[in-house]
Design a protein around this ligand. Structure first.
Ligand code: ATP
Length: 443
């Protein structure tokens, strides 16, 4: 796994303002994290990039932003109240808590704690949904849940959307938003958290065509990561076995990424059959069948879901981009983000603060601001400033020097190769746009 470790990622994320522990001054809130100035930029860009891929590039996929709080019957219908549980095991001695399915088989069989060797309890089922109360009364009639997935908001709205948008099957509805799960174990930084964001797309298809669409969406999601410039040898498919399949799934594959702690799920592509819509028909008493006027047919559509964690994708992008190399006897740490995802696209650096170079650099930054996310840095030696931008993953640096004043050119430095070229100011914007579009991390 070369140079990247979770310790390095956590430390860089904090040092450079990507991710902070939630409520750190009070000792931290487990399972919750805050995204700092660079982190929120990166997260927004990943979200925007996914949105573009789903909505902008597909005529038949539309967006939605549904509420986190939903009618509690939703979760009865979806099966989450009954089935959305994890198997929980405690150590009687050291009080460590484990998800039974993540414990080594020998520990489960011997009921022996992997940490201290103490005796383990029997397995209990534990529901992962966060509960709260709506309104002033705290009784069972006011019980309400924080959504554990964004998908249900799509299902309960699908008829509204068909009517408003005149959609015909096959079509998709995409949503990005917060989801909450009371996870038993939340280690590995932002990999598994209690509050996180999902990017989900539900594709409604005619029963019988679902297997074909399932294969198609597997292909498209794989191609998406290729486009993002991720190291494809760190991605693989994992098909859910019969004991792994969720209660709603007919077939399910995960795209797994080789994180520093091993191969782990990044995104799920699921054939959810007509389970969810059929259950909502049963529980709401509403007719949620699709009416195919062209063919005079009615049916409950099947649904192919692509479900990716936004915050988990951010962790993947950080791990994937992380690199170290020896440069002139020093270690250079560099985040090789795709320029479309990098929190800062271009940094403007005056060679010196004096002789009008700082104000010329500020001028240049102002000129670029309308079109690119920029940063300005005048503190310290130029080499150090380049390193700071490398560590933030900024793909391009522009240096304003004495020659700039004479001939209106600047130095453009590329993060990955560290190559520097001289370029006329008038050509800059076009050149940057071209570089972003043509970017290939691997030849
Ligand atoms: P697991 O079995 O690992 O708990 P899951 O299979 O239940 O996860 P899904 O319900 O398929 O996960 O969720 C879809 C996606 O949402 C996952 O691929 C992951 O990227 C993201 N996700 C799920 N749970 C969490 C979490 N607790 N923290 C961060 N991201 C999550």
């Amino acid at each position: 796994m070369d140079c990247v470790t979770m310790e390095k990622i956590v430390s860089l994320a904090k040092r450079r303002g990507f991710v902070f522990q939630s409520s750190e001054i009070y000792g931290g809130q487990s399972g919750a994290w805050d995204y700092g100035p660079l982190g929120v930029e990166l997260k927004n860009r990943i979200a925007r990039n996914w949105w573009r891929e789903m909505i902008q590039l597909n005529d038949n996929i539309v967006g939605l932003d549904s509420a986190i709080l939903m009618h509690p019957r939703t979760w009865e219908a979806s099966g989450h109240i009954e089935n959305f549980t994890d198997p929980l095991i405690d150590c009687k001695q050291c009080k460590s808590r484990f998800r039974a399915d993540q414990l080594p088989q020998e520990n489960r069989t011997a009921k022996k704690c992997p940490d201290c060797g103490g005796e383990l309890t029997d397995t209990r089922r534990f529901n992962l949904m966060f509960k709260t109360h709506s309104g002033p009364l705290e009784d069972s009639t006011s019980l309400i849940y924080l959504r554990p997935e964004t998908a249900q908001g799509i299902y309960v709205n699908y008829k509204n959307i068909i009517q408003a948008n005149r959609l015909k099957i096959p079509f998709g509805i995409a949503q990005i938003g917060k989801a909450f799960r009371n996870e038993i174990v939340t280690k590995n930084f932002i990999f598994r958290t209690c509050e996180f964001e999902q990017m989900e797309m539900q594709y409604f298809v005619k029963p019988g065509s679902d297997t074909e669409w399932f294969e198609e969406w597997k292909k498209r999601r794989w191609a998406y990561y290729e486009k993002l410039g991720v190291r494809m040898d760190r991605l693989r498919w994992h098909q859910h076995g019969p004991d792994e399949l969720a209660h709603y799934a007919k077939d399910a594959y995960d795209i797994e990424y080789l994180f520093p702690m091993g191969w782990k799920e990044l995104e799920g592509v699921h054939n959810r059959s007509n389970y969810d819509l059929s259950r909502h028909i049963e529980f709401s008493g509403k007719d949620l069948q699709y009416i195919d006027q062209d063919n005079n047919e009615r049916y409950v559509p099947f649904i192919i879901e692509t479900s990716a964690g936004l915050t988990r994708t951010l962790l993947m992008i950080l791990c994937d981009a992380y690199d170290e190399e020896e440069v002139e006897g020093e270690t250079r740490t560099v985040l090789r983000f795709h320029p479309a995802l990098a929190p800062v696209t271009v940094a403007v650096l005056p060679l010196m603060k004096k002789d009008g170079l700082a104000s010329a650099a500020r001028d240049l930054q102002n000129e670029l601001k309308e079109d690119f996310t920029t940063d300005y840095d005048q503190a310290g030696a130029i080499g150090r400033r380049y390193r700071r931008q490398d560590e933030a993953g900024t793909p391009f640096c522009l240096t304003v020097d004495y020659q700039s004043k004479e001939d209106n050119t600047v130095t453009l430095r590329f993060r990955d190769s560290m190559e520097q070229i001289r370029i006329a100011r008038a050509e800059l914007k076009d050149r940057l746009r071209q570089e972003i579009k043509a970017y290939r991390r691997f030849a």
